[in-house]
Design a protein around this ligand. Structure first.
Ligand SMILES: [Zn+2]
Length: 1119
C-alpha cells in the first residue's frame, strides 16, 4: 500500500502534461500511526539491526581480541590509590586481554595500549579506537598528555586515531581506568543505594573501527526528522512533512540496498527538511535566535563518589571538552567551581594549560564565581561571602577575569540574601533550575528579577527546558519556548546541555543533534531557533540591555524556597555541627590574628605574621565541605569519612592559630596557665556580656561571673561576692515534679518535660494549659524516594511522644542548676538531656539551656524536640544569613503548607507584640512552627545513599529564650553568645590587680582588644574583622600586592532597619576609611565622615546601613 513515487509519472502519463484519463492503479491513504511506527526500524538496533542504518555505521572493525593489531597490558595500583601518569607508567605492565575483568569498586587500572592499524584500513576516511569496560576512563598520550575522557556503557567510547597512526606501525597510548561508573558503584539500577564494595568491570571492547561518516550523519538526520514527525503538533504541516521525508529516506535506503549511493541519496532527501547541517556554518547568519545553547558539565564535587575521584572526573570531563571544542568550533562550554580548577592545576598541569588556552579564546568559560557550587541554606553569611571571595580571586588570578554570573543549577533552595551577596561580589545575574523539582507548587517565572531582603536584585534565569543536563534533543529545544513562563517579558532562554552530575559534559552527538535542530528551525517557526556560539554571559548581557531599554521583568522577593529535599537541613548531623563550629572558630581567629599583627607593628616587634596561608587552607576546606551534596547530607559514606578528616584538620589548625594569636596578645590558654597569669575570659563578640562561666578545676570556685565590654577580655569574679542575689535553685516539689528557679523564671518539669515556664517580672505563663515544652518526639520518616534528601509531609501523621525513664537533679549549684532526663528511644538508642537554669545576672535575660547527648541507631526515623508556647502569630521568624526570614505558621495555601519544614540558623522566634519565645541552637538547621508549636529537628536515619548516616553518638545544645516585647536584637545577641561560649584564658601582665585584666596591653593606653565597636545602633552586628587580602604583610601574591596595612570590617543590620551609627577603632591609628564591596574593591572614601569618639581624636567613622544591608569597610592604618 502507499504511493510509489514512480507510478505518478509512469507510462500512463500522457505527453504534453495532459491530466491522465485513466487511473494508474489504486493508491491508499497512509495510515499515519503505522508509517510513524515504522521509522523506529531504521535506527533502533532491534531485530532488523543488520538490515537497517545501524548495520552500516561501521565500514570495518578490528576486534580487540586480534592481538596482532591490539596489544593490551595493565598495571593495577594497590588499594584505592590513584597514582598520577608518571608514577603509574613507571611500573611494569603485565599482558591482559579483552574479556578480562577488573575491580574491586574504586580501584584503578592503567592500560598500555599498542595498536597497529591493518593495511586495508590505512586509507579509510575515519579511524577510531573504541574502548568500553562500562566504567570511566581517560586516554593519555604516550608522553603524558590527556586526550579525552571515556564514559563506558556505550557512551563516549570512541577516540579518533591521529593520522600519524596510519603508517602501518605500532603506536602506544595509555588508558587510565577507574572502577566506577559516572554515578559511582551503586549495586543495581537504583543509583542512590549505598555503593557495592566489590564491583568488577569486564573490558569488552578495544576495537579499531573504520567509520562510515555519511551513514553516521544520516543517523542524526533521521533522528531529528523522526522527532519532528513525532513531536510537532500532529495536525501541523511540519509533522506531516517530516514523516513523509523520513519514510522516503527509508525507501531510498532500501531501494539501494543500503549502498553508499543509497545513503548519499537518503541524505539528499534529508536536506530538503534540514538544509545543509554538515558544519558549524549552520549557525552563520544574523537570524535572531530565541534559544542559546550552552555546554555545561555538572560535576558534583562529591556525591556518589569521593572527592579523590572528582579530581579525576574534572580531568576526564574537561579534557573531553577541550577536544570537542577543537572539532566543533560552535561549542561554548562553561564550568563553575574554582576548587575544581585548582585541583586540575595541582594534579594535571598539562590539562590545565589546555583549559587556560580555551578560556583565553573564549570557548571555555569559567562561571559562577564561587569556590564550589555550594548549598545556600546552611552556610553562614560570612561563608557565603567567602565562597565568592575565594572563588572570584581564584578566577581573577588564573584567568584574569572575574565571573559575572552566579551559577547554581542544582542546589536545594536559595537563601533570601543571595541577590545582595552576588551584587557585592561582582555579579549581577543568577542561573538555577532546581525549583522545577518542586513537588507542590509550580514556580511561576523563567526570567525575573530576584530581590533580596535589602532590596538588592539580580536577573534570575531558570532554563525552561528544566534541566542542566539536557541531551540536546529536539524536545529540549521545543520546551525552551513551550515551558517558558516569562514570554510576555522576554522570549529568549538558555538551553544548558551536556552529561552531568557525574561529569562528562557535551558529546559530539549533542552537537550533531543541535546543528539539525537549527536546520529545522531555519525552515519553520514551530521549533524555536537555537544558536550556539554565544556564552552564558552574552545571553545575560543581552537581557540586561533589554532591561536598560525598558523591558520590565517581574520580581520575586525573598527566598527561593525549594519544595523538596527538606531533610537536608538535618541529615548528617555531625557534618553540620562541624560547619557551624568552624565558622565560629574562623571568625575568632581572624579577629585575634588581626589584633596580633596590629600589636606587633605588622612584624616589627615580633616574628608573628598574619597566618594567611593557614586561614586560606581552613576556609577552602570549610567552603569545600559546603558543596551541595556534602553539607546537606546527600552523599555516600566515603564522603563523610573524608569530610570528618577535613574538619579535624580545620580544627587542629584553628586551635593552633588561636593559641599563637592569643600568645602574641599576652594570653595563656586555659590548659597552660603560667603561675602569675590572671584568669579572665575572652569576649570575641561585639557587645557587653555578663555570664556565668565554668572555671578551671584548679580554681577554688566552680563558677565565676564574667563581665565585660565588647570584643575584650572580661574579668572573672567569684559569683557570691559580686552578685549575692544572683542564684538559681532546684527542688523536687512532688514525686516526678521538679521546680527550677532563678530571679527571672520558674520552670516546672513534670515527667521530664516542661509543663510550666513562668516569667516572674512579666507575670506571664508561657506554656499553654495542658501543653508541654522540650518534649522529644519521633516520627516515621520514609519519603517518596530521595531518603537522605527528603522528609515528606505525611511524616507528621506518625508523631509519637517519647517519655523518660529517669529524671534526677544533676546540679544544685546556686550558679547553675540542672535536671538530667534519660530517655530510651528503642533497644539500641537513647537520649540524655540536661536541662539547666543559670542564675540570672541583673537584667541580662537568661535562657533555659538543654544539652543533649544521643546514641542513635534507628532506621528511617526522625527525632525532634517540640515547644508549645502561649504565643499567637501567623508568622514566625527564622535567622538566615545576615537577616531574618518570616514564614507562615499556618497552612492556608499550598505555598504556606509546602513550608512544613524550613531552614533555620542560630535561632527561630515566635513573638506577639508584647512577648515572644526564641529557640536557640548550636548546631541545627531544621525547624518548623505550626500554630503555636515550635519544633527543632534533631536527627534523621536515612539509609541511602549512606547506609550508616547519623548512626552513633551526637552532642547538641538548644535553649529556650523567652523575652518580653517583640523580637529584638536581644535574641540575635543571645544566639551569638550561645554559639560563642566565653573562653577562659590567663593574662600574663595584668596592669592592676582588679578588673579588666588584659585590657591595658600597653601602659597608659586603652586595651587593644576592645578596639572595634559600634556606637548608636544595637541592631547592627560587627560580624567580621580581618586583614586586607592583598596587604603587603598578608598577601600570598596571587593578585597585585597593595602597599600598607588595612583592616576589613563587615557590619550588617540584623533586624531590618536603616541605621546610623559610629564604627570606632579605639587607639589604632587610621588614616583613611573606605567603603568596599565583599571582594575588598574600594568604592567610596568615607574619610570625611571620620569623627571623634567620646570627645577625643578621630577614632571612628559615621556609617549608615540600610535595612538588612551587609556593609564592608576598609580601615587603612598608619604604618
Ligand atoms: Zn549537583
Amino acid at each position: 500500500m502507499g504511493g510509489e513515487c514512480c507510478s505518478r509519472t509512469g507510462p500512463m502519463a500522457r505527453p504534453g502534461g495532459e491530466y491522465p484519463q485513466l487511473a494508474a492503479g489504486p493508491v491508499g491513504k497512509q495510515i499515519h500511526s503505522i508509517y510513524q511506527s515504522r521509522l523506529k526500524q531504521f535506527t533502533d538496533g532491534g531485530q532488523y539491526r543488520e538490515q537497517s542504518l545501524i548495520g552500516k555505521l561501521d565500514e570495518a572493525r578490528v576486534k580487540g581480541t586480534d592481538t596482532s593489531h591490539v596489544k593490551l597490558s595493565v598495571y593495577s595500583p594497590p588499594g584505592q590509590s590513584r597514582p598520577l601518569f608518571k608514577e603509574a607508567t613507571s611500573h611494569s605492565f603485565t599482558p591482559t586481554n579483552v574479556g578480562a575483568s577488573f575491580g574491586p569498586s574504586w580501584s584503578t587500572h592503567w592500560f598500555k595500549v599498542q595498536v597497529t592499524v591493518p593495511k586495508d584500513l590505512l586509507k579509510k576516511e575515519r579511524l577510531e579506537f573504541h574502548w568500553d569496560a562500562d566504567n570511566e576512563g581517560l586516554i593519555w598520550t604516550e608522553d603524558g598528555h590527556t586526550v579525552h575522557g571515556l564514559t563506558g556503557g556505550g557512551e563516549r567510547v570512541e577516540w579518533i586515531l591521529p593520522d600519524i597512526f596510519r603508517d602501518g606501525k605500532e603506536h602506544t597510548f595509555y588508558i587510565e581506568m577507574a572502577c566506577n561508573g559516572m554515578f559511582g558503584n551503586a549495586p543495581g539500577g537504583d543509583s542512590i543505594q549505598p555503593p557495592a564494595p566489590d564491583k568488577h568491570y569486564t573490558l569488552h571492547t578495544a576495537d579499531i573501527v573504520a567509520v562510515n561518516l555519511e551513514a553516521r550523519a544520516l543517523y542524526f538526520d533521521f533522528w531529528e526528522i523522526g522527532d519532528a514527525a513525532r513531536e510537532f503538533p500532529q495536525e501541523s504541516v511540519e509533522a506531516h512533512g517530516a514523516q513523509q521525508v523520513a519514510n522516503r529516506i527509508m525507501d531510498a535506503f532500501i531501494a539501494g540496498g543500503g549502498s553508499t549511493e543509497s545513503i548519499k541519496k537518503a541524505r539528499e532527501i534529508a536536506r530538503e527538511y534540514l538544509g545543509n547541517v554538515d558544519s558549524h556554518k549552520v549557525y552563520d547568519g544574523d537570524k535572531e535566535a530565541l534559544v542559546t545553547g550552552i555546554g555545561y558539565c555538572h560535576i558534583d564535587t562529591c556525591w556518589l563518589w569521593p572527592f579523590a575521584e572528582t579530581k579525576r572526573k574534572v580531568n576526564r570531563s574537561w579534557s573531553s571538552q577541550c577536544d570537542l571544542i577543537d572539532r566543533y568550533p560552535e561549542l561554548r562550554f562553561c564550568c563553575s567551581q574554582a576548587q575544581q580548577y585548582k585541583w586540575l592545576e595541582q594534579d594535571y598541569p598539562s590539562t590545565f594549560d589546555r583549559v587556560k588556552k580555551k578560556v583565553k579564546e573564549g570557548s571555555f568559560q569559567p562561571i559562577g564565581g564561587s569556590w564550589v557550587e555550594h548549598d545556600t541554606n546552611l552556610p553562614g553569611g560570612e561563608s557565603l561571602i567567602r565562597q565568592f571571595l575565594y572563588g572570584q580571586r581564584y578566577f581573577e588570578s588564573r584567568f584574569g577575569q572575574r565571573c559575572k554570573t552566579f551559577w547554581l543549577p542544582d542546589t536545594f533552595g536559595y537563601s533570601t540574601q543571595l541577590p545582595q551577596i552576588c551584587r557585592i561580589s561582582g555579579m549581577t545575574r543568577f542561573l538555577t533550575q532546581k525549583l522545577s523539582w518542586n513537588n507542590i507548587n509550580n514556580f511561576p517565572h523563567t526570567t525575573f528579577n530576584w530581590v533580596a531582603l535589602d532590596n538588592s536584585q539580580v536577573i534570575c534565569h531558570m532554563p525552561p527546558s528544566e534541566t542542566y543536563t539536557a541531551e540536546a534533543n529536539f524536545g529540549d529545544v521545543k520546551r525552551s519556548v513551550a515551558q517558558h513562563k516569562s514570554l510576555d517579558q522576554d522570549q529568549t532562554s538558555l538551553l544548558v546541555f551536556g552529561k552531568g552530575d557525574g561529569g562528562g559534559g557535551p558529546t559530539w552527538q549533542h552537537l550533531e543533534k543541535l546543528r539539525r535542530c537549527r536546520g529545522i528551525s531555519d525552515r519553520t517557526s514551530l521549533l524555536p531557533r537555537i544558536k550556539l556560539g554565544d556564552s552564558a554571559d552574552d545571553f545575560f548581557d543581552k537581557l540586561e540591555k533589554k532591561v536598560e531599554n525598558g523591558t520590565e521583568l517581574v520580581t520575586w522577593y525573598g527566598e527561593l524556597y525549594f519544595e523538596l529535599h527538606r531533610g537536608t537541613y538535618t541529615t548528617q548531623a555531625n557534618n553540620k555541627r562541624n560547619n557551624r563550629k568552624s565558622e565560629v572558630l574562623l571568625r575568632d581567629i581572624e579577629y585575634l590574628a588581626t589584633l596580633a599583627t596590629i600589636k606587633n607593628g605588622f612584624g616589627k616587634r615580633s616574628a608573628y605574621k598574619y597566618p594567611k596561608k593557614d586561614i586560606d587552607d581552613m576556609w577552602e576546606n570549610v567552603l569545600l565541605c559546603q558543596f551541595h551534596d556534602c553539607l546537606p547530607g546527600s552523599s555516600i559514606e566515603m564522603c563523610y569519612d573524608d569530610s570528618d578528616k577535613i574538619y579535624a584538620q580545620v580544627f587542629a589548625t584553628g586551635e593552633r592559630l588561636l593559641s599563637e594569636a592569643l600568645s602574641e596578645l599576652g594570653f595563656d590558654e586555659e590548659s597552660s596557665l603560667s603561675p602569675n597569669s590572671k584568669l579572665c575570659t575572652l569576649n570575641t563578640l561585639p557587645w557587653k556580656r555578663s555570664e556565668i562561666v565554668k572555671l578551671p578545676s584548679s580554681h577554688p570556685h566552680k563558677y565565676g561571673l564574667a563581665h565585660g565590654d565588647a570584643l575584650s577580655t572580661m574579668s572573672i569574679r567569684p559569683l557570691a561576692s559580686a552578685h549575692s542575689a544572683a542564684t538559681a535553685s532546684i527542688a523536687e516539689t512532688s514525686p516526678g515534679v521538679f521546680e527550677l528557679r532563678n530571679s527571672q523564671y520558674t520552670v516546672e518539669v513534670t515527667d521530664g518535660v516542661i509543663t510550666s515556664l513562668y516569667d516572674i517580672k512579666a507575670e506571664r505563663e508561657l506554656i499553654p494549659k495542658g501543653k508541654k515544652a522540650a518534649q522529644l518526639v519521633i516520627f516515621d520518616d520514609k519519603p517518596l524516594y530521595w531518603q537522605a534528601w527528603d522528609v515528606e509531609v505525611y511524616h507528621l501523621n506518625s508523631r509519637q511522644e517519647l517519655s523518660p525513664n529517669k529524671v534526677y537533679i544533676s546540679s544544685s549549684d546556686t550558679a547553675k542548676v540542672s535536671l538530667t532526663i534519660e530517655t530510651k528511644i528503642s533497644d539500641k538508642s537513647w537520649i540524655t538531656t540536661k536541662l539547666s537554669l543559670p542564675a540570672a545576672i541583673g537584667n541580662s535575660p537568661s535562657a533555659i539551656e538543654i544539652e543533649a547527648e544521643t546514641e542513635w541507631h534507628e532506621t528511617m526515623k526522625f527525632l525532634k524536640v517540640e515547644f508549645s508556647v502561649d504565643i499567637t502569630n501567623t508568622e514566625a521568624s527564622y535567622e538566615t544569613q545576615f537577616g531574618i526570614v518570616r514564614r507562615p505558621t499556618h497552612y492556608n495555601t499550598s505555598w504556606d503548607m509546602a513550608k512544613f519544614e524550613v531552614c533555620v540558623h542560630k535561632w527561630a522566634d515566635l513573638s506577639e507584640a508584647t512577648y515572644g519565645v526564641s529557640i536557640l541552637n548550636d548546631s541545627k538547621y531544621g525547624f518548623a512552627v505550626a500554630g503555636n508549636v515550635m519544633r527543632l529537628s534533631l536527627l534523621r536515619a536515612p539509609k541511602a545513599p549512606d547506609a550508616h548516616a547519623d548512626m552513633g553518638r551526637h552532642h547538641t545544645k538548644y535553649a529556650i529564650f523567652p523575652h518580653a516585647g517583640p523580637l529584638t536584637h536581644a535574641t540575635v545577641r543571645k544566639a551569638f553568645e550561645f554559639n560563642s561560649p566565653l573562653r577562659v584564658v590567663g593574662h600574663r601582665a595584668p596592669t592592676t590587680a582588679g578588673d579588666l585584666a588584659g585590657e591595658r596591653v600597653e601602659a597608659g593606653k586603652p586595651g587593644l582588644l576592645s578596639t572595634f565597636k559600634i556606637f548608636g545602633a544595637d541592631n547592627l552586628v560587627l560580624d567580621t574583622i580581618k586583614r586586607g587580602e592583598d596587604d603587603e604583610d598578608v598577601s600570598r601574591g596571587e593578585l597585585p600586592v597593595k602597599k600598607g596595612h588595612s583592616v576589613i570590617i563587615r557590619v550588617y543590620d540584623a533586624m531590618g532597619g536603616k541605621s546610623k551609627a559610629v564604627l570606632s577603632w579605639g587607639d589604632i591609628k587610621v588614616k583613611k576609611v573606605v567603603r568596599t564591596n565583599a571582594l575588598e574593591d574600594e568604592e567610596e572614601d568615607l574619610s570625611e565622615n571620620m569623627v571623634g569618639v567620646e570627645g577625643g581624636e578621630l577614632k571612628g567613622v559615621k556609617i549608615e546601613v540600610r535595612a538588612f544591608e551587609v556593609a564592608t569597610y576598609k580601615l587603612v592604618l598608619e604604618d
